[in-house]
Unconditional design. Structure first.
Length: 106
């Protein structure tokens, strides 16, 4: 996906964040956050927006194409919930087949 180019001559109302639902820039979903960051690409005031957000230590949201959490830029938004302590282990295939056979016989 290529982000559309925005022209300063279009005025502040034409900034990408002024043309979409502002909630996208404060989304919970990592996919929505990435979509908001993509909207900032090509914004004519992206660098000034980012500099301002850094100066203000914005507590939350996408500013200048970066995600801020607690005043600092973070690379990616983590999904909600506690991270797993252990990786998910798929059942061993023969064991899974035996289990399916037991269930089919019952
Ligand atoms: S860089 Fe700033 S002004 Fe431009 S679209 Fe993103 S949040 Fe809006």
């Amino acid at each position: 996906m290529t982000a559309p180019r925005w022209d300063v001559a279009d005025g502040p109302g034409a900034l990408p964040c002024h043309l979409v639902d502002p909630e996208v820039f404060f989304a919970e979903s990592p996919a929505d956050v990435e979509a908001a960051k993509a909207l900032c690409i090509g914004c004519p005031v992206q660098q000034a927006c980012l500099d301002g957000a850094l100066d203000r230590r914005e507590p939350w949201g996408v500013w200048g194409g970066q995600l801020f959490i607690a005043g600092v830029v973070v690379a990616r938004k983590r999904p909600r919930g506690r991270p797993r302590k252990h990786p998910v282990v798929e059942p061993y295939a023969p064991a899974a087949a035996r289990q399916q056979g037991k269930e089919a016989a019952a």
